[in-house]
Ligand binder design. Structure first.
Ligand code: NOJ
Length: 587
């Protein structure tokens, strides 16, 4: 079997990335919060799973208003998580297993406690004043009064995107919470400070960055310094998207960053951008290697399809045809020159098995089906901690269980506006609160799931009694073992790595089907997105040489001519041989 990626293909075309949210991964000192030494205790687990890269959510010094996405010192570790020495130890241990380390980097904004902001805020004539977005109130209005903000923008965490600062009588911009002021990338000194800091991390042995909301860094500022209002779609504020997302200089800034930061190290590192509100066309610009910007981007389109017009907390059911149309568009759009980052879960999204699967009766089947479909697309798959165990949503039923700033602000704003009942608010949180992904990793069935000996900062899911890593490592039929197989397939199969993608059966309401092909070899991938038997007509009979590559039911699926019958949440991949072949059994 060919275990090498195509000679000209970047290393990450055959890699799988694992995201760690350190706060919820493993606690080593009993304070109830995960830390770097805790991760160190679990390096063998990561090696057993077989992942190639670990992406660490932020561990920098931070007042933790947004769990580390509010950085107050880019070049130090928060004492909650450990020290720089701990990080070096962890990096060395991961490197020993051939696992690269990618740091999450938040440079659209800092913490309000960052020294840069303290200086910027201190006086209008501070040399760092222009490092952030300071603006006077609207002409003719009393500064600080409601509606006097420089634009009508709402923050992504509810409330206005501007905070009035009495000391100097001006407002500063914060697209997220008021504790997260936006940096002014128009200022070259800001950019140079960021590039210098990034080089410092690379010199320390880090293998790349996941760049938080990196497409927000260029604002649509007019020549007179003003910023445009946004349309009011729902709620009291304007949508800042037009003035802040994929702004006029975003590509220029990223190209500059490439030149200034990466130099000769370009091919060894991974640079993945989080890019909300990005279309396929933008995604292509960001990830076209010849342009020297990012290696790949996270699209949000496929995780917004179950969202109603009032935004994230407004829920509607997923129509599978929309999911196929969306992911299919990204596959085709980025086919030849760009690259996709493939994900279902991360620290901001609810658990996929509870969202697009069935976290009750068919938890194992639906989790493995979803994994099969995702991992066999063209792109680099990302696994979020606990996804490989089919951990479920938290299913919290009371407000006091929630910790996340976005969720808490949503509750406060909804109550203030009075348009939703408490039960409706709780139902929205149960469906999409970010805390669903943030309950501690379930290592075993003991008290606190083996996560901590102290009191966990957020409740452990009670289902850790039956859903946990210890049980699944020992069970050949587990979700964990299935993820291992998928990761091995990504490492070994050139069709999975580099094959072309064709969506099949786009109009089928329950079956997700596609083929991948390379040098005459074809891989058919099918997933049943329902708890009922379904039939798929491939339109062509499989040859005698067709092999089952992977499937999530023990007994083979029934195939008669071109018709494949799929059981509830069943998934399988079949290889039609061409010039490249490897082992497997006929379904
Ligand atoms: C995106 C991150 O993924 C999220 O967790 C964070 O709250 C915002 N950016 C702000 O940094």
């Amino acid at each position: 079997m060919n275990t090498e990626p195509h000679a000209a293909a970047p290393w990450w075309t055959s890699a799988v990335v694992y995201q760690i949210y350190p706060r919820s991964f493993q606690d080593s000192d009993g304070d109830g919060i995960g830390d770097l030494r805790g991760i160190l205790q679990r390096v063998d687990y990561l090696a057993e799973l077989g992942v190639d890269v670990v992406w660490l959510s932020p561990v920098y010094r931070s007042p933790q208003h947004d769990n580390g996405y509010d950085i107050s010192d880019y070049q130090d570790i928060d004492p909650l998580f450990g020290t720089l020495d701990d990080l070096d130890l962890l990096t060395a241990a991961l490197h020993e297993h051939g696992i690269k380390v990618v740091m999450d980097l938040v440079v659209n904004h800092t913490s309000h406690e960052h020294q840069w902001f303290a200086e910027s805020r201190s006086a209008k004539d501070s040399p760092r004043r222009d490092w952030y977005w300071w603006r006077p109130g609207r002409g003719g209005m009393e500064p600080g009064a409601p509606g006097a903000e420089p634009t009508n923008w709402g923050s992504l965490f509810s409330g206005p995107a501007w905070e009035y600062d009495e000391a100097t009588g001006e407002y500063y911009l914060h697209l997220f919470s008021r504790e997260q002021p936006d940096l002014n990338w128009e200022n070259p000194a800001v950019r140079q400070a960021i590039y210098g800091m990034m080089r410092w991390w690379l010199d320390r042995g880090i293998d790349g960055f996941r760049m938080d909301v990196i497409n927000f860094i260029s604002k649509d500022v007019r020549a007179d310094g003003s910023l445009p209002d946004g349309p009011v779609v729902s709620g009291p504020y304007g949508d800042p998207a037009q003035g802040t997302i994929n702004g006029p200089r975003v590509h220029e800034f990223l190209q500059e960053m490439q030149r200034e930061v990466f130099g000769g190290r370009r091919d060894a590192v991974l640079l993945v951008g989080e890019t909300p509100g990005t279309t396929v066309e933008d995604g292509l610009l960001f990830s076209d290697r010849r342009r020297g910007e990012l290696d790949m981007v996270f699209t949000f389109e496929h995780v917004s399809l179950d969202q109603g017009p009032a935004g994230k907390f407004d829920r509607k059911p997923l129509d599978l045809r929309d999911l196929k149309a969306t992911l299919g568009r990204w596959q085709t759009g980025l086919a030849d020159v760009g690259w996709n980052a493939l994900y279902w879960d991360n620290h901001d999204q609810p658990r996929i098995v509870s969202r697009y699967g069935d976290d009750g009766r068919y938890r194992v089947e639906s989790a493995t089906m979803l994994a099969t479909v995702l991992h066999l697309h063209r792109g680099t798959p990302y696994v979020y901690q606990g996804e490989e165990l089919a951990m479920t949503n938290a299913h919290f039923t009371s407000f006091d269980a929630y910790r996340d700033i976005e969720s808490l602000r949503f509750v406060a704003q909804s109550r203030e506006l009075g348009h939703l009942t408490d039960d409706q608010i709780l139902a929205s949180l149960a469906a999409v609160s970010r805390d669903n992904a943030r309950t501690p990793v379930q290592w075993d069935s003991s008290a606190n799931a083996g996560f901590t000996t102290g009191k966990p900062w957020i409740a452990v899911n009670l289902n850790h009694a039956t859903i946990n890593a210890q049980g699944q490592r020992a069970d050949r039929g587990s979700v964990f073992q299935y993820y291992r197989q998928l990761i091995m397939l990504r490492h070994s199969d050139p069709v999975v790595q580099l094959g072309d993608f064709t969506m099949l059966l786009p109009e089928h309401p329950h079956i997700y089907a596609f083929s991948r092909s390379l040098n005459g070899t074809k891989l058919f991938v099918l997933g049943n997105f329902s708890g009922h038997d379904q039939k798929a007509d491939l339109g062509q009979s499989l040859s005698d040489g067709a092999e089952l590559v992977i499937g999530n039911y023990r007994a083979p699926a029934s195939i008669v001519g071109a018709i494949i019958s799929l059981r509830p949440w069943e998934a399988l991949a079949i290889r039609e041989p061409g010039r490249t072949r490897s082992g497997g059994t006929r379904p």
